[in-house]
Ligand binder design. Structure first.
Ligand code: BGP
Length: 478
């Protein structure tokens, strides 16, 4: 253990998702995923799922940063930074191109064999998300995504296939990325989209969302149970988007409102950890006339497939108010959100709140008493390449430093059991939210712009050297 309380085997690394960096969208027998038919957002127009070409919009995930053919060079750079682990996802459509195929695609399986071998060659532990915002598009069109119970079986079959295949290469797994993201039903498709839900005109979105979410939770529990049979040493976690919600004021109504808002996150964590649908959710369904289908067998499965650890992303906190107050704006998820005057914000208006990370670690640990893993954190920013080719991303270093300071306090002062830290987008990649390249998170710069122009050349940023030193000293020197 280091002086700061971090264990010697602390998992420092970086995180990405297949569709945001691999490219090669139709190579090696890969099928079309929902991410492949999603346009880039432009000038305030959100990303759209479409079968046809929309004038002026491109499909950024088709090529992404071509990690598919460049992964060896990129992993070499991760190794140079001293990564202990690397979090990525397996593109479902490389393995089952349509999702309901009888046999897996051997070429896709081989790709991940090679990828994991390359990581292991450098002693980098793969951390694998099974579903990171990209179910097969065929399942969306034919079955309506996770609104259909059949998708449970398709997902379980895919998971079983890859867990069997990589049982000696991968120990750390997560089922659905940011599974709670879909609780925000203000977008026309359920966030980005693990569930493959594209809402229809006039449908009760909450009804659909909760039903799909419950099917995903059942699928997740089945996979946890199955994974333990495949290899009892597997560590299988859930993955939550953790945005702590603060009350705008000490008015008791605001405090209660923030508590209710937090249930959009807790519901997902509670089912994963306690294996039961919480009472507050059942009451909510009842009060709002939502009729969510599940069986006794499902309840049994939820109980049997509880997770080993909590993976979560942390980027920002939010402030909510029951009332419209100065500076508040309508928020799809919570009614009104208010700008927090005590914290800064990123260029994309995400509130930067390092103490919120310590707070999140504490509330999660107090509630679940399970090991935690920060599997995403970072600053999306527009980087500038100087004349001499350098990229001086001091703002990113500052952001990460401030968050690591608070993370260390949670471990050292509060006694939180923390497995690791993998900043998001350790190499520049396509933004999930906007589809743009210019929202960069990486330690490694990739020469590509929003329109898809660029050489794809890789370049170390200033933060590359900084992070290498952080890992070398196990977080002692920031
Ligand atoms: C999380 C996702 C990632 C990622 C990140 C940053 O929601 O798990 O896939 O992209 O946020 O978001 P964005 O790309 O929109 O900046």
């Amino acid at each position: 253990m280091t002086k700061n309380g971090l264990p010697n085997n602390f998992l420092w690394g970086g995180a990405v998702a297949a569709h945001q960096l691999e490219g090669g969208w139709n190579k090696g027998g890969k099928g079309v995923s929902v991410a492949d038919v999603m346009t880039a957002g432009r000038h305030g127009v959100p990303r759209q799922i479409t079968d046809g070409v929309i004038e002026g919009f491109n499909y950024p995930n088709h090529e992404a940063i071509d990690f598919y053919s460049r992964y060896k060079g990129d992993i070499k750079l991760f190794a140079e930074m001293g990564f202990k682990c690397f979090r990525t996802s397996i593109a479902w459509t490389r393995i089952f191109p349509n999702g309901d195929d009888k046999q897996p695609n051997e070429e896709g399986l081989q790709f991940y064999d090679q990828l994991f071998d390359e990581l292991l060659k450098y002693g980098i532990e793969p951390v694998v998300t099974l579903s990171h915002f990209e179910m097969p598009y065929h399942l969306v069109k034919k079955y309506g995504g996770f609104r259909n119970r059949k998708c449970i079986d398709f997902f379980v079959k895919f998971s079983e296939t890859v867990m069997n295949r990589y049982k000696d290469k991968v120990k750390y797994w997560m089922t659905f990325n940011e599974i709670n993201n879909q609780a925000d039903t203000s977008m026309d498709f359920a966030s980005f989209t693990n569930s493959g839900i594209k809402y229809e005109e006039g449908e009760n979105r909450e009804q659909t969302m909760y039903q799909a979410a419950l099917y995903e939770l059942i699928a997740s529990a089945k996979v946890v149970k199955l994974g333990k049979k495949i290899n009892p040493k597997f560590q299988i976690g859930c993955m939550l988007a953790f945005v702590p919600v603060y009350p705008y004021s000490c008015h008791p109504d605001d405090v209660m409102f923030a508590t209710e808002a937090m249930r959009n996150r807790w519901f997902f964590g509670d089912v994963h950890v306690h294996g039961e649908i919480p009472n507050y959710t059942k009451k909510y369904w009842e009060r709002n006339g939502l009729n969510i289908e599940y069986t006794e067998e499902d309840e049994k499965i939820l109980k049997e497939g509880t997770v080993d650890y909590i993976g979560f992303s942390y980027y920002m906190s939010k402030v909510v108010s029951t009332r419209q107050v100065e500076g508040s704006k309508p928020d799809g998820e919570f009614g009104y959100t208010v700008r927090n005057p005590y914290v800064k914000a990123s260029d994309w208006d995400w509130q930067i709140d390092p103490v919120g990370l310590r707070y999140s670690l504490n509330v999660l640990y107090e509630r679940y008493n399970l090991p935690l893993f920060i599997v995403e954190n970072g600053l999306g920013a527009r980087d500038v390449v100087e004349e001499d080719g350098s990229i001086n991303d001091d703002y990113r270093i500052q952001y990460l430093k401030d968050h690591i300071v608070e993370m260390k306090k949670a471990v050292e002062l509060d006694g939180v059991d923390l497995m690791g830290y993998t900043p998001w987008g350790c190499i520049d990649l396509v933004s999930a939210g906007t589809g743009e390249m210019e929202k960069r998170y990486g330690f490694i710069y990739v020469d590509k712009d929003n329109e898809g122009n660029g050489t794809l050349e890789r370049r170390k940023k200033k933060s590359f050297h900084w992070y290498k030193h952080v890992i070398e000293t196990n977080g002692e020197e920031l």
